[in-house]
Write a protein that binds this ligand. Structure first.
Ligand SMILES: OC[C@H]1O[C@H](O[C@H]2O[C@H](CO)[C@@H](O)[C@H](O)[C@H]2O)[C@H](O)[C@@H](O)[C@@H]1O
Length: 564
């Protein structure tokens, strides 16, 4: 792995932390000290909401009896939580989606196998379990909550993830479109746009502790898919200003990096960069522990920014971002130009151009077509390696700044990740049949295609975005991109991956009664692990990918749904 540059990562903006979050982090640390690490989830404590003013709560906390070493008894701690807080998730109320019907007209017409159809209807009915509305209590007293107010109903991922997430929402929407729930899908976009209006970007998730970063930018893809499905021009028109604002955010000074390429041209691409240099509040105790290995405050602040920037990538955590794959303190995300982020921004540019065209704004349309062409060229020149048939993340080397860097082949990260194939999802790449056939051969020989799904990487590091875990969005983008080339072989490869992915989900669901957040790509029906939290179930975007695959490929009567 190339050596990253520290020079364009150490300084940068930091958003303000609210007094409630500061207090809840102290509560989180006290909970860990009092209750111990077994089954401890730090996020639970920053998701609690106050029953009365923060000052009253704080002084009751200060008055708790302490032992000489400062600890609180389990009984006193639990009593305090009961008296002063509402439970995590209680500020979201269950709401039946307005457009849910148990079997929508025209639902998955190609799924004819009765067993699979019955299961698909169960997955469809999970939208009712995951649908929530932010309680009016949050609107009345926002300072009592870390949950942010949103006007429309939301779909949560499930389990510990009790709020809406940015990139998850894209695949939630894909599932909602298969479920014909267009109003719910539009409501999710309306909520995300309201975050852009207030914060200038879509947040990682709708919590006050997520304001310091975004997540992989897929809002334009949501708008594009809803518009092409519903033809709602008014919806497209209303969404456009927010998309322009979001494009600015991802090309702002903190995110954009200039590379002087091998042909002597300047190319501009984007990176992840969180506006934060402190522990992530939802994982504060974990980040403090990780940083305790570092000697000085500046190194710790640098690490905290890397941890938050990695969360912005959606791939938290992975050897993809680490200089030493067994040491999280070597995270260097802000010194990496990621392939998938730039593929998403390229799609944003194409989507904005398309939407501007249908809403009659030719100037914007032409401008964004040009921007898309420029980014495509930059991706070809900085990421593409013909000899591997992949797009490789680019590491900025030591001693350079983000304003100017001269491209060197040795700075491409030659390790294999599923993200190296994400450009297949983008029209400007997948419309080239020769290119897709080459990439397809390389994907086949990459080692990523395992017995039951596409692996995230080839390294078994114990991090959740690594081997042997398979993640739904990665399967989906590759599967959806391949057939767009028109190549029969590519479609058949895509269908094979989709069928196997549906089987894993089905078998695990039948065994455990739930949809899971990640799967083991070596063992059909086994869910994945690793990372910093207990594997959750629910699971919003996973359900979306299953429904989208079933919509695209169907399921014939005689195709086996079991693993064997
Ligand atoms: O609490 C730890 C981290 O959890 C989130 O990340 C994971 O779950 C998200 C929701 O399903 C998903 O979008 C992300 O890709 C997962 O890695 C959260 O997004 C992180 O910011 C947070 O620190």
């Amino acid at each position: 792995t190339p050596t990253p540059s520290p020079t364009c990562s150490n300084s940068g903006p930091v958003v303000r932390k609210t007094p409630l979050i500061t207090f809840l982090e102290i509560l989180q640390q006290t909970a860990l000290n009092t209750l111990g690490p077994k089954n401890f989830d730090p996020k639970l404590y920053v998701d609690l909401s106050l029953k009365s003013n923060l000052s009253i709560t704080q002084s009751a906390f200060d008055d708790l009896p302490r032992t000489p070493n400062g600890s609180v008894s389990v009984t006193d701690f639990n009593g305090f939580i009961q008296s002063y807080f509402n439970g995590a998730g209680e500020d979201l109320v269950y709401t039946e989606p307005v457009d849910f019907v148990s079997e929508p007209e025209g639902f998955l017409p190609e799924v004819v196998n009765r067993e699979v159809r019955a299961w698909a209807l169960e997955v469809h009915s999970l939208w009712k379990n995951l649908s929530r509305k932010v309680s009016d209590r949050v609107l009345d007293r926002p300072e009592f909550h870390t949950l942010l107010p949103l006007a429309k109903p939301v779909m949560i991922p499930g389990s510990r993830f009790r709020e809406v997430y940015y990139w998850d929402s894209y695949w939630v929407i894909r599932g909602l479109l298969a479920s014909k729930m267009y109003e719910t899908a539009k409501g999710i976009v309306t909520n995300l746009i309201s975050l852009i209006d207030e914060f200038g970007h879509v947040l990682n998730g709708a919590r006050a502790y997520y304001t310091n970063r975004s997540q992989p930018p897929l809002l334009s893809a949501m708008v594009y898919d809803i518009y092409t499905r519903t033809g709602d021009i008014d919806f497209a028109r209303k969404s456009s200003p927010a998309l322009l604002k979001e494009h600015k955010f991802w090309n702002s000074e903190i995110h954009s990096v200039r590379i002087h390429d091998a042909e002597g041209c300047n190319r501009t691409l984007s990176r992840y960069y969180a506006m934060w240099n402190k522990p992530r509040p939802e994982s504060s105790t974990i980040d403090i522990e990780t940083a305790s290995k570092l000697m000085n405050d500046s190194a710790k602040q640098h690490l905290y920014r890397e941890l938050a920037s990695t969360a912005e990538s959606g791939w938290d955590f992975s050897t993809r971002w680490m200089r030493n794959g067994s040491d999280l303190t070597t995270l260097a995300t802000t010194s990496i130009i990621p392939v998938d982020l730039n593929a998403f921004i390229l799609k944003m540019e194409l989507d904005i151009a398309f939407l501007a065209n249908v809403t009659g704004d030719c100037t914007i349309s032409v401008h964004f077509q040009e921007a898309a062409q420029a980014r495509k060229q930059a991706m070809n020149s900085v990421f593409w390696t013909a000899e591997m048939g992949q797009w490789l993340d680019y590491w900025l080397s030591n001693g350079t700044t983000c304003r100017g860097h001269t491209w060197e082949a040795s700075n491409q990260n030659r390790n294999i990740f599923a993200s190296n194939f994400v450009p297949l999802w983008i029209e400007l790449f997948n419309s080239d049949c020769t290119l897709v056939e080459q990439v397809m051969q390389d994907l086949r020989s990459s080692g990523l295609i395992r017995a039951v799904a596409i692996a995230t990487s080839l390294t078994n590091s114990g991090q959740q975005w690594d081997f042997p875990n398979g993640w739904a969005p990665l399967q989906h983008m590759i599967v959806e991109g391949l057939p767009r080339s028109g190549s029969k072989e590519a479609r058949s490869m895509a269908e094979d991956i989709a069928v196997r992915w549906i089987r894993i989900n089905y078998v695990a669901y039948k065994k455990s009664g739930a949809m899971h957040e990640k799967y083991d790509v070596e063992n059909c029906g086994e869910f994945g692990g690793g990372g910093e939290y207990i594997p959750p179930t629910g699971f919003g975007w996973w359900n979306g990918v299953v429904l989208a695959f079933l919509e695209e490929f169907g399921w014939p009567q005689d195709l086996n749904i079991d693993c064997n």
